[in-house]
Design a protein around this ligand. Structure first.
Ligand code: 3EB
Length: 335
């Protein structure tokens, strides 16, 4: 495993350094921007020894939890404002907010994003780089009979529309189920002058142009964000154009998902903004593999072992995906 770089000694380092830490492992809290604990129960964002920390209900009794740790690139100032918990290090903002379980999410999702965008712009970090939207009951209906994912997307879309031109563009994201309820939302953002490119996938319809058949407001995310040399790959699934392909067929869905990522990060696509060209699947790291049917995990794990680097950090999470017909979704980072 690559070692955890102490960024305090490299002032020119502007990349947020992310790692997965085993439960019990404890890196020094001093140069930490934030921690996300993947665990059975989950807990609201809080400041733990001065570090923004939240727990997300994404693992089962039998799995060990892990933490996604964001290292700081400078002295950290952390705080809490209303429901938001955040930290800044001069280069990046980490911000998290929980929307507790409710009948309808639209207004609460809009308000959560609106308050986060207000904070991000006020603190000078309006360039959103990567968002994670962990949505309990994602494929269940809300009190109005609308699927919770669509309900959530409507509020998020309204917030992006409200902040259009001030929040700089729509970034890479994950929108995924949890094993709990309510919504956990966290993101990292950069300064206005950060060099940031948001990418689309030629094999897929941009999510913000999905037709209305997928919900009243389209999902607000880009397929990848390339920022200050780091590539953030959004949750990617077996979707061609806007349609799920290989319904019910895990092998076919894994193939299309991997092909979608390979095309997204290819020289033809990523090379348009990255002078050194593209990447291959062997370059991916910090990979999260979401699998909706637990019985598919051994198969998916064996396929991932074949295609990803033996040095890649990979975790498997058994959660629902935002369309009932999607069996697998994969996100990753190249840093
Ligand atoms: C898709 O391609 C699969 O709503 O933030 C992937 C990544 C998906 C992010 C989101 C949803 C989101 O439409 C789902």
């Amino acid at each position: 495993m690559p070692s955890f770089v102490d960024l305090r000694n490299s002032p020119s380092e502007i990349r947020p350094n992310i790692k997965f830490e085993q439960q019990g492992e404890h890196s020094d809290s001093q140069n930490i921007l934030a921690r996300v604990a993947f665990e059975k129960n989950g807990f609201a964002p809080e400041l733990h020894k001065g570090v923004p920390t939240l727990g997300v209900p994404m693992t089962t009794e039998t799995e060990p939890g892990f933490q996604e740790v964001f290292a700081a690139s400078g002295p950290v100032v952390a705080g809490r404002e209303g429901n938001l918990v955040y930290a800044v290090d001069g280069r990046h903002l980490f911000c998290a907010v929980q929307v507790v379980e409710r009948d309808i999410y639209r207004d609460a999702a809009r308000i959560a994003y609106d308050s986060a965008f207000e904070l991000a712009t006020r603190l000078g970090y309006p360039n959103i780089l990567r968002m994670w939207n962990l949505v309990g009951g994602i494929i269940d209906d809300n009190a109005d009979g609308v699927e919770i994912y669509r309900d959530f997307c409507a509020g998020r879309s309204e917030a992006f529309a409200l902040w259009s031109g001030r929040i700089l563009h729509i970034p890479a994201a994950t929108g995924i189920g949890t094993r709990g309820n309510g919504v956990y939302l966290y993101f990292i953002s950069g300064r206005a002058d950060a060099e940031v490119h948001h990418l689309e996938n030629p094999r897929q319809t941009p999510a913000y142009h999905y037709p209305e058949s997928y919900g009243p407001k389209s999902p607000s995310f880009a397929r990848a964000t390339f920022a200050d040399g780091i590539l953030y790959i959004s949750g990617t699934a077996s979707i061609l154009g806007d349609e799920t392909v290989h319904k019910g067929d895990i092998s076919g869905q894994v193939d299309v998902t991997l092909e979608n990522i390979a095309t997204l990060i290819s020289t033809e696509n990523l090379g348009k903004v990255r002078p050194e060209g593209g990447y291959s699947l062997q370059d991916l790291d910090l990979i999260k593999v979401y699998v909706s049917r637990p019985e598919d995990i051994p198969y998916v794990r064996s396929r991932c072992k074949e295609v990803f680097s033996p040095d890649a950090r990979v975790v498997y999470l058994n959660v629902d995906i935002c369309r009932p017909d999607l069996l697998v979704e994969i996100e990753a980072i190249v840093q």
